[in-house]
Design a protein around this ligand. Structure first.
Ligand code: BGC
Length: 794
């Protein structure tokens, strides 16, 4: 299993024992594939009068120790819970008192509010029984890092986002909840909605990429999938939206690093997905590790009180990230545990994840009059509110029969999710015929590369409670396909992901020499992205580039499948390899999905949600840049203007543009755009400037499948706004639709632009529309060229 990114990834300087959760084996039974929810629950569900009455009644009965218990979180390491898996594990040490803390004892006393990454129905039941038999019988909330699947693993979130298919993401998330609730998990530390514009940041793999509009759509989809229409359903889980906030802007893409940005940028680019999640009813949030503008997010009242609670009306609770309260001492804004506790709690962190500060420090702070009881009560209220809303008091235990391996009924969804996530980056071109789809008459297919036959490497970071024997590797999927076609699959690993040894090159070249076509499975290992996975180089690791060059030199047609949790630099491959497909980390059904797409049963439809750079020095690289006073060319920034080519905003050694830009992705057919039209050319300011205005301008355009086979296109709408009081991006995404068209078929697509799409933040951090000139583009990537214009008039 893989609930921690990896055991060595925890900060080494922690004052307490880091936790590594353990898996529990069991019996496999398929869970029912319930229909996904389509309507978001309201945030009001959390704070209904009925729930508030229950909370009041319970709070009135609680001792201080019981109250503080609700704010504490432990894992099960070293607890005396009577299961074999606990034997010999280290016991958590309270950093202040150096006392050993036994989570099971706390549960029995009714002093343990939540637990982290406790896996297995049997285990959660034992802790829960202890809690339910305590004086007040308040259930424990079991949280886990279920990020892209529990037992059945779906593509990593960055891959899922490349589907541009929120309904798919909702369905996938719902399936994860259906599986995990059979193990007693009722709280997911997901979705990660941090915008990431810097491919060096390893956690890019956990989010939906660089764009706020798409990120918001995906955030809503996750919340709907996890929480359903009714949080109290036995198969619903509470989401924890993370990491609040702006973690993805870590300077230089270096993990846990500081962030610093204007309020406009924060609100326009980084906050929208968190806000969308809260509006969709997210029950909890997780504070982030980074400092924002000098204040560590875990102690930031501006983020957690002013914005989250006061502006957005959030009724749920905030959990710190792992030991983040303790880390306030490392940030240097708290010199002792008491100050860290006071700062975090007063700023709005209700639950202490693994710092183990709140239990010792809150009583002390109260006694010294440094913290009010009202602050503690408010924190406990928020936790209890979520527990009541979840129906945890009524059904505290794992539901149904425990799912202990990938669920067969969920495999088709996992396969479709993987197929939709793949992005075809190159397919012939510049005089070369398309290489894909592969013909079913291929007799010998060579599969080469370190990622071709490795189940664990198909899962990506945060593999949930994965069961590796369930994974279909590429070798498995392609061997089955070649057998069906009456052909043969030749396999050679060639090299490891990270090595200098060329010992496997000869066998790989030999396999290529015998084959009609070569498929190369190269890229990162799962552990190279995710938490603590920052990279300063974005090329193929180890000697995989040399292997690629050696195989291309054989003259055989080569299809490169790039596995990664982030954009890579693929400039050499772009020039020398016949076809390139980004496959991310596809999950349980990897091999079948790859076979289906390579052989054309399914045409690729994914589009990039992060720009792929030409060189790492371009990072952070994103399409919706601001203009400069010395522009380097037109909107795609790749064509130098006539005249001065030196004193303009550009690199002297590489174009500004991405190698593969945001929104880009090919299919096995082609699409053409025409006839962008607007419902009106002028919108009066008074009408536009109402925050509820939904349909100010309707944009229509025609998209046509101009190729020879059916395909799905992600139609994208971009907007630019010129003449505003603050400069605006060269274009920003404000709409998208997936459209499936038969060969030759045309369809008119419609988008509505209202206040949310046309407004921006002014210098006073107010969302406004001003009398300005708008350009809209409709097309198949952020380089869309079909446009129309309108004005907002004074
Ligand atoms: C990560 C979180 C995760 C938590 C619990 C932290 O290190 O930043 O994303 O949810 O650990 O495992």
């Amino acid at each position: 299993m893989n609930f921690q990114p990896r055991s060595g990834s925890r900060p080494r300087s922690l004052l307490l024992c880091a936790a590594v959760a353990l898996a529990v084996a069991g019996v496999a039974v398929a869970a029912p594939a319930d229909a996904p929810a389509t309507v978001a629950p309201s945030n009001a569900q959390l704070a209904s009068p009925q729930i508030e009455r229950k909370v009041d009644a319970l709070l009135a009965k609680m001792t201080l120790a019981e109250k503080i218990g609700q704010l504490m979180q432990y894992n099960d390491q070293g607890s005396s819970a009577p299961t074999a898996a606990d034997a010999g594990a280290a016991i958590a040490v309270n950093p202040e008192t150096r006392d050993h803390v036994d989570a099971y004892d706390l549960a029995k006393k009714g002093e343990l509010g939540s637990m982290l990454n406790v896996i297995g129905a049997d285990k959660t039941r034992r802790f829960q029984e202890a809690a339910m038999h305590s004086r007040l019988g308040i259930p424990i909330l079991f949280g886990a890092d279920v990020i892209h699947g529990y037992r059945t693993i779906y593509p990593v979130p960055l891959g899922l986002s490349a589907s541009w298919d929120p309904q798919l993401v909702q369905d996938v998330s719902h399936m994860s909840a259906v599986e995990a609730t059979t193990g007693g998990v009722k709280w997911f530390y997901s979705p990660m909605v941090d915008i990431s514009r810097d491919a060096r940041w390893g956690r890019s793999t956990e989010g939906a990429g660089e764009d706020a509009f798409l990120g918001s759509a995906m955030a809503r989809a996750y919340i709907r999938g996890y929480q359903g229409t009714d949080l109290s359903r036995p198969d619903s889980v509470a989401a924890s939206v993370k990491h609040f906030a702006a973690y993805g802007a870590a300077e230089a893409g270096r993990e846990y690093n500081t962030t610093d940005m204007s309020d406009i940028r924060l609100r326009q680019i980084y906050l929208p997905p968190y806000k969308a999640a809260v509006e969709a009813g997210a029950a909890t949030m997780m504070s982030s590790f980074n400092a924002l503008n000098g204040v560590p997010a875990t102690a930031d009242p501006y983020l957690m009180t002013d914005i989250l609670r006061k502006e957005w009306g959030f009724d749920g609770f905030v959990v710190s990230d792992y030991t983040a309260i303790m880390e306030l001492t490392h940030h240097g804004i708290a010199l002792d545990a008491a100050t860290a506790t006071k700062k975090a709690l007063e700023a709005g962190v209700e639950v202490d994840m693994m710092s183990h500060f709140y239990d010792t420090q809150i009583p002390k702070l109260l006694k010294e009059g440094k913290l009010s009881m009202a602050t503690v009560d408010e924190a406990v209220r928020r936790v209890l509110r979520v527990k009541f809303a979840l129906g945890l008091f009524e059904h505290p235990y794992a539901r149904g029969t425990e799912v202990t391996q990938a669920v067969d009924a969920h495999r088709p969804l996992a396969r479709r999710a993987a197929e939709e996530s793949f992005v075809l980056l190159k397919n012939g071109g510049a005089g070369q015929a398309p290489l894909l789809p592969l013909s079913s008459s291929v007799k010998k297919l060579a599969l080469i590369g370190p990622l071709a036959d490795d189940a664990s490497e198909m899962q990506g970071a945060w593999g949930g409670a994965q069961h590796l024997p369930d994974v279909v590797t590429l070798r498995g999927g392609l061997a089955a396909r070649m057998k069906k076609l009456g052909g043969e699959l030749l396999y050679a690993k060639g090299t490891d992901v990270l090595t200098d040894s060329q010992a496997g090159f000869a066998a790989a070249k030999q396999a290529a020499a015998q084959a009609d076509v070569v498929v190369m499975a190269l890229g990162e290992s799962s552990s190279m992205s995710g938490e603590a996975g920052s990279r300063a180089h974005l090329d193929l690791p180890g000697n995989q580039q040399q292997l690629l060059e050696a195989i291309v030199a054989t003259g055989k047609p080569v299809v490169l499948l790039a596995f990664s949790g982030r954009p890579l630099v693929l400039d050499w491959a772009d020039q020398h390899v016949g076809a390139i497909m980004e496959t991310w980390f596809p999950g349980t059904e990897a091999g079948n999905a790859v076979a289906n797409v390579l052989f054309g049963d399914v045409a690729p439809s994914g589009k990039l949600t992060m720009s792929f750079p030409r060189a790492v020095g371009q990072e952070p690289l994103y399409y919706n840049q601001f203009p400069t006073g010395r522009p380097a060319g037109d909107a795609d920034l790749s064509k130098p203007p006539a005249g001065d080519t030196r004193f303009i905003s550009r690199y002297i050694d590489v174009p500004n543009s991405a190698l593969y830009p945001f929104g880009y992705g090919l299919s096995y057919t082609t699409f053409d755009y025409s006839g962008v039209q607007l419902s009106r050319k002028r919108v009066p300011l008074a009408e536009a400037n109402r925050s509820g205005a939904k349909d100010l301008v309707t944009v229509t355009a025609t998209v046509k499948n101009t190729g020879k086979r059916a395909g799905t296109e992600v139609v994208q709408l971009y907007v630019r706004n010129l003449g505003a009081s603050v400069e605006q991006p060269v274009r920003s995404l404000q709409g998208f639709q997936r459209v499936t068209l038969k060969a030759g078929e045309s369809r008119q697509v419609t988008f509505k632009l209202g206040f949310p799409e046309l407004s921006f933040y002014n210098v006073k951090s107010q969302p406004v529309v001003e009398p300005t000139h708008y350009t809209v583009w409709v097309g198949g990537s952020s380089l869309a060229t079909q446009q129309a214009d309108f004005d907002v008039t004074p």
